[in-house]
Design a protein around this ligand. Structure first.
Ligand code: FPP
Length: 255
């Protein structure tokens, strides 16, 4: 039995995370290790996006949220930003038929208006083509950052208050959640970061309050079936307490 088969046999299909979010890091280092340009690392990263989407869909995971381009990524050298934009548009055009065939629904999170017009068109076309799909929800975070999203939510709530539609004492957690780009999407159960860094980098700060965090040194272009299964098996070995005691959680499980 190889490692992938062994991990698959250990996976409990009744305890799959409903929502997996991923900070895809390490494309540049993958390229450098091979004396290639950073663009080639990103192009290889698109293959990993393809593969992980397929595995997540096959495993019946409900939501896969990918940090594809952060607000801070606009500060990268212009040629790298252009390459990433080109790759995102190209990938979505190329992948849409297979996404439809696999019943994958595309959702776009972030300041999409900041993206070049042709990329926006490709993304919108992908979203429309998959609008009827009821399988995996693939959330692509583009020009996204959590502080941008929270600031926007606070502005919207303040505007509603100024218009008299809501009063300050009515504002609760649900009010905040419903003004985020992830409104209607359950919080991530598992957040994976590839590439060895152990930080959150302005990603889903509100939504990951109780998520399990998994950091792996594997670089994103190398993150394949086996690495994904390792993360899922590790997740299933954890006890999620949501602030309760271990005894309380065990008791609840028995009832
Ligand atoms: C981080 O690697 C990766 C990114 C900033 C971009 C990730 C984007 C893709 C894989 C393409 C997205 C495509 C679609 C269709 C969603 P890095 O450049 O920070 O790597 P480094 O830390 O090794 O330099």
């Amino acid at each position: 039995m190889d490692r992938t088969e062994e991990l698959t046999s250990r996976l409990n299909m009744t305890r799959m995370p409903r929502h997996v979010a991923i900070i895809m890091d390490g494309n540049g280092r993958w390229a450098r290790e091979r004396m290639k340009g950073r663009s080639e690392g990103h192009a290889e990263g698109v293959n990993s996006v393809h593969n992980i989407t397929k595995y997540a869909s096959d495993l019946g995971i409900g939501y896969l949220t990918l940090y594809a381009f952060s607000t801070e990524n606009w500060n990268r050298p212009a040629p790298e930003v252009e390459t990433l934009m080109y790759l995102i548009g190209w990938a979505i055009r190329k992948e849409t038929p297979e996404l439809v065939a696999n019943n994958v629904h595309i959702n776009l999170l972030g300041e999409i208006d900041r993206l070049p017009e042709e990329v926006r068109r490709d993304l919108e076309a992908g979203r429309e083509a998959t609008a009827h799909c009821t399988g995996l929800n693939l959330n692509l975070c583009l020009s996204y950052s959590s502080r941008w999203e929270l600031t926007r939510a606070m502005r919207m709530i303040a505007e509603e208050a100024a218009r008299g539609e809501i009063s300050a004492d009515m504002v609760n957690e649900e009010t905040v959640s419903s003004h985020l780009s992830t409104a209607g999407i359950p919080d991530p159960d598992l957040l994976i970061r590839t590439g060895g860094e152990q930080r959150i980098s302005n990603f889903l700060l509100w939504q990951i309050a109780y998520s399990e965090l998994y950091f792996t040194p594997v670089l994103w272009p190398d993150f394949g079936h086996e690495a994904f299964l390792e993360a899922l098996v590790d997740y299933q070995g954890r006890e999620r307490r949501f602030g309760k005691t271990s005894d309380q959680v065990k008791e609840e499980k028995q009832n």
